[in-house]
Design a protein around this ligand. Structure first.
Ligand SMILES: C[S@@+](CC[C@H](N)C(=O)[O-])C[C@H]1O[C@@H](n2cnc3c(N)ncnc32)[C@H](O)[C@@H]1O
Length: 285
């Protein structure tokens, strides 16, 4: 059902198919939602065995940023940051990336609700394994999005990689999609963020990028699963926008950082209705 914010008529850059909620409505949806298991929880465990324990048709949205299989330790200093603030124990995939991808992606169709969607991040080197695993799982590829960031690692004899692939998948054709922009393109230019002096795992996604995923594919009160939490970016955005979360992280050293990031935000602290957001944009443009 479509709900609109009380004040003002819809600005022209907002689509007609927009679902929108006032802060109060969003809060109510969040607070009254019940689950047959404990939500808003991080498991410091392997996501493959964790996902196997989740009930069928229980998740609204999955945001998955797995290790890319690049012999990355999470401590590389290529992104202009000091290594002593980077969390130890990042778990890379050292054996067969295809098998690893099949193992976790094959759990998605069972646990997603029929209206559910999944976002999977991938670098280009192992993209074929991810696409093959998606094919085997019978998920639909709705979009293949390119996230373009502002720079990559210096190279001498090849082009500098400055993009990730983002696969937007659905379980059925009847998936939830909130068209929050009138003309949403499949190339997203979003800057990587640096928070000098804060502990983090070196592959943190920008909050803005994760929020774009949840804006388009979830409603307040929905349950968002992140199988590879890293710094807990998905959980933080979910909590801050009145969504519930569940997450797995195999690296127990990340506990302090994830807990800190989730506790640093109050329920709904980042929530603003789309109507209010576009009013702010039209005033500042
Ligand atoms: C690319 S990082 C995720 C970064 C995250 N999106 C963020 O914004 O902070 C991938 C994470 O997956 C974790 N990981 C690797 N294998 C895992 C597994 N089988 N289950 C759960 N977590 C795993 C790694 O330790 C690493 O922290």
């Amino acid at each position: 059902m479509e709900k609109k914010s009380k004040n003002n008529k819809k600005p022209s850059n907002i689509s007609n198919k927009l679902d929108d909620w006032s802060f109060k409505d969003a809060q109510k949806l969040f607070e009254t939602k019940e689950f047959p298991f404990k939500a808003d929880k991080t498991y410091f465990d392997d996501c493959i065995s964790g996902m196997k324990k989740l009930p069928d048709d229980s998740i609204d949205c999955i945001i998955a940023d797995p290790p890319f299989g690049l012999s990355f330790s999470g401590k590389e200093s290529v992104y202009n940051r000091k290594n002593n603030f980077v969390v130890d124990g990042y778990e890379e995939i050292t054996d067969d990336y295809g098998k690893f991808s099949n193992n976790w992606i094959s759990e998605i169709p069972r646990i997603l609700k029929p209206t559910g969607t999944a976002w999977i991040f991938s670098g280009w080197t192992n993209l074929r394994d991810v696409l093959n695993a998606i094919d085997h799982s019978k998920l639909n590829i709705v979009n293949h999005i390119i996230w373009k960031y502002q720079f990559g690692v210096f190279t001498k004899r090849k082009f500098v990689t400055s993009h990730y692939h983002l696969l937007f998948l659905s379980k059925t054709k009847n998936y939830y999609f909130n068209k929050v922009l009138h003309y949403p393109l499949d190339v997203w230019e979003i800057k990587r963020t640096y928070n000098p002096g804060q502990n983090k795992n070196g592959t943190k996604l920008p909050d803005e990028l994760v929020m774009r995923c949840t804006d388009f594919s979830t409603k307040p009160g929905d349950l968002v699963l992140d199988p590879f939490m890293g710094n807990g970016t998905t959980a933080k955005i979910a909590k801050g926008t009145f969504r519930h979360f569940l997450g797995y992280e195999i690296n127990k050293n990340a506990k302090k950082t994830i807990t800190h990031n989730i506790n640093s935000i109050k329920n709904g602290e980042l929530f603003t209705s789309f109507n209010e957001r576009s009013n702010v944009n039209s005033k500042t443009n």
